[in-house]
Design a protein around this ligand. Structure first.
Ligand code: SF4
Length: 297
């Protein structure tokens, strides 16, 4: 849950999630709709889908017990090298170092690694592999994380207070403030779409998104495909449509401009209809919740 998300945001979701599904087995038997409904607003929905898939695999293939080696953990959906290594090291005492942003920064500075991207990654990994053979690599992983968050901070490293300063190459060369080198930030492309709030009395029409791709399995108001250029609205029903607002929403790899349209129809068309109050029972992604702020209910 904490991936790309702050503790303050996650707190409420975490308790709600654990109250609803206290065990891996409970989570494995949850429906995807229920899962998305509890997760709605937290974003990065693939995390929820991966947790669900992993809970099923652990229940069915591992008799409900989390596998205890990096080699097995890395096979589970949603577990990348960092999470698998952190679990293997800290929970199961495997001799492996988990490299998160803090650990990467500390190692880059301690060993004055000044290369970028792939080469940097490999050099840091090589050093971590050597360190992993030390005794208590779990404590070492946690210590490196703590040094990164308390002394070796990204913008203002507290070198004079740091007990590693006598062996830190970056400090000795006074280059700690420029390490680690960061790759150039890719420009986030813009996409465009229209969403249509079609109302009948106190109800609104929604639809389920496809089971694969962006925001898979979540709900939305009828919405056009996302396009690289602004497009003309193609209304889902012939009626008097009114432009009521425009939502800007940032995804990790693009920015979306979503034009919000509203209409009141006299005769209910086919599709899934719900009251505005009951919308909370559906996993409605944040950008459609933003669209709702333009709707007078
Ligand atoms: S001396 Fe400075 S740069 Fe080196 S590890 Fe400590 S805080 Fe980081």
């Amino acid at each position: 849950m904490l991936q790309q998300t702050t503790v303050a945001t996650v707190k409420g979701y975490f308790s709600k999630f654990l109250n609803r599904w206290p065990t891996i087995k409970d989570l494995a038997s949850a429906s995807q709709d229920d899962l998305m409904q509890v997760w709605q607003g937290l974003g990065y929905y693939s995390r929820a889908r991966n947790l669900h898939k992993t809970a099923k695999i652990i229940t069915e293939d591992y008799q409900g017990i989390i596998p205890n080696s990096y080699a097995e953990l890395i096979k589970l959906p949603g577990l990348g090298p960092y999470t698998a290594a952190a679990l293997a090291s800290i929970a199961f005492k495997e001799p492996i170092i988990a490299i998160d942003t803090n650990v990467n920064r500390v190692l880059c500075r301690l060993f004055a690694i000044s290369t970028t991207s792939t080469t940097q990654k490999k050099q840091v990994q090589d050093i971590a592999n050597q360190l992993a053979h030390a005794q208590h690599s779990d404590t070492l992983t946690q210590a490196l994380m703590d040094i990164g968050s308390s002394f070796c901070k990204a913008n203002t490293p507290k070198c004079h207070e740091c007990f590693l300063k006598s062996s830190c190459l970056a400090f000795s060369k006074d280059i700690q403030n420029i390490l680690p080198q960061k790759p150039a930030k890719p420009i986030r492309p813009k996409r465009y779409a229209h969403t249509f709030v079609m109302r009948y009395k106190n109800q609104v029409c929604i639809e389920k998104r496809p089971e694969k791709g962006l925001l898979a399995g979540l709900y939305q108001f009828p919405t056009s495909e996302f396009s690289d250029k602004p497009t003309t609205a193609c209304y889902p029903a012939s009626a008097q449509w009114q432009h009521i607002g425009t939502v800007r929403h940032i995804f990790s790899h693009f920015e979306l401009e979503l034009v919000v349209w509203e209409t009141f129809i006299q005769k209910k068309s086919q599709g899934l209809w719900t009251t505005f109050n009951d919308l909370n029972n559906y996993g409605l992604p944040t950008m459609f919740r933003k669209a709702l702020t333009y709707v007078k209910t």
